[in-house]
Design a binder for this molecule. Structure first.
Ligand code: OAD
Length: 391
């Protein structure tokens, strides 16, 4: 993590740049100083209202739910050495997260609006869902620090794999292999796994926070390095805004830190109100709704955010459980063919990664309770056995 103290600043200490530690004061600062070098840093929390679970929320987070499955540890789904031995859990997840299935949130629209107003210097995102692009933020303004589904290649010989083929494979729940028959290595989207280097663009642009007039951090636990250090590169006198369910990193330790603790869609609406941009924001967000003209959509009562998240988490864990069981069965079969005693699912299933190039997870590792039968945890698995996916 960064080297700042994380002790919250005393409320009696006056801010040095802002008129006050409120979002209204930040809006005034943007107007008065004609701020147009805003750096935005985001994580999974900005996509939860689209129905995509985040990673570390205690109940609905992906890792808490994966921890109940038979993975060696929850993060294994994004671990390159685990992927080499068992790519199925990742591809079950990829099937769900593949771009095109979700609509950008109001928060994505807010970032797009910052760009349209000529105020966005750079967006750094940890997300792989590509929703910023869908909301209209141009590619050159985005650093996808943990990669994305936009391109893919063989993990052995690095030969690129065609986009259309990739989509077909993921949609059919199949694992793609290298187009070069002689290689036949596994293909993986250019998402940065534990144990892999971050994209070049991250290293080229990681100096930008130091040039910012304002930093906005939203929907991230700031637990994964080196991304988590970016807010500490912002100059001491530059205001930093955190819009998140919880206080994270060193936020609150500087005189010009402004914390909006709560839902980020609500937070950006409040921000837009203060800037007098609310109508434009809602209009822009509305334009990202693919069903806005269909009557069907109007007849269906919209799901609440919690219902949408619960559905998604349930489906993800069911799919991954199915793929793990299949791969476990395949492993068993091979083992018995080789007349070896069965032991664990994979050779590297004992411990979490300890040499991580992308990620030093600075929070506690999620521990795993290997479960052989999940019906007691997820009762829906009992009813749904017949339509389990064939990944
Ligand atoms: P986390 O799940 O670690 O953190 C999400 C943060 O968003 C938490 O602090 C939540 O409290 C907050 N949050 C959730 N919903 C919110 C909402 N509606 N409004 C406001 N805040 C909300 O996700 P990241 O920080 O993005 O790697 O995780 C970093 C990396 O860890 C990810 O990029 C991922 C994982 O390993 C890959 O995808 C490859």
């Amino acid at each position: 993590m960064g080297n700042e103290s994380s002790t919250p600043v005393d409320d009696a200490v006056p801010p040095t740049t802002l008129h006050g530690r409120t979002i209204e004061a930040v809006a005034r600062y943007i107007e008065e100083k004609d701020v147009h070098n805003i750096v935005v840093m985001t994580g999974a929390g900005i996509s939860t209202s689209a129905g995509i679970p985040d990673f570390r929320s205690p109940e609905t987070g992906l890792y808490a739910n994966l921890a109940r499955l038979n993975l060696p540890y929850a993060e294994a789904v994004f671990d390159i050495s685990y992927f080499r031995t068992n790519p199925l859990p990742f591809y079950a997840l990829a099937h769900e997260l593949f771009p095109g299935k979700y609509r950008p949130t109001v928060t994505h629209a807010f970032i797009s609006l910052l760009h349209k107003k000529g105020k966005l210097l750079q967006l750094f995102t940890q997300n792989i869902d590509c929703l910023e692009r869908e909301a209209g933020v141009p590619g050159e303004k985005i650093v996808e620090a943990h990669g994305s589904f936009a391109t893919q290649r063989c993990i052995e010989c690095h030969t690129e794999y065609p986009d259309d083929k990739m989509k077909e494979m993921v949609m059919n729940k199949e694992v793609p292999h290298c187009v070069r028959k002689s290689c036949d290595g596994l293909v993986k989207p250019d998402i940065v796994f534990f144990g892999e280097a971050l994209p070049e663009a991250f290293h080229q642009k990681r100096g930008l926070p130091a040039r910012a007039d304002l930093a906005i951090v939203m929907g991230t636990s700031l637990t994964v390095q080196p991304f988590a250090s970016l807010p500490s590169f912002v100059r001491e006198e530059t205001p930093r805004v955190l819009i998140n369910l919880e206080r994270v990193g060193s936020f609150g330790s500087r005189p010009d830190d402004v914390l909006l603790l709560g839902d980020c869609d609500e937070g950006v609406r409040k921000f837009a109100d203060a800037l007098g941009w609310r109508d434009e924001l809602e209009e822009l967000w509305d334009s990202t709704n693919p069903n806005k003209d269909t009557k069907k959509k109007q007849q269906e009562p919209p799901k609440t955010r919690q219902e949408a998240l619960d559905d998604e988490v349930e489906k993800l864990t069911r799919d991954i459980d199915a793929s793990l069981k299949l791969s476990s069965q395949a492993n068993e079969r091979i083992r018995s063919e080789l007349e070896k005693p069965s032991s664990t699912v994979t050779s590297d299933s004992q411990s979490p990664p300890n040499s991580v190039t992308r990620d030093e997870v600075t929070s506690d590792k999620v521990t795993t309770q290997a479960a052989t039968d999940l019906v007691h945890v997820f009762p829906h698995l009992k009813e749904d056995r017949s339509d389990k996916p064939s990944l």
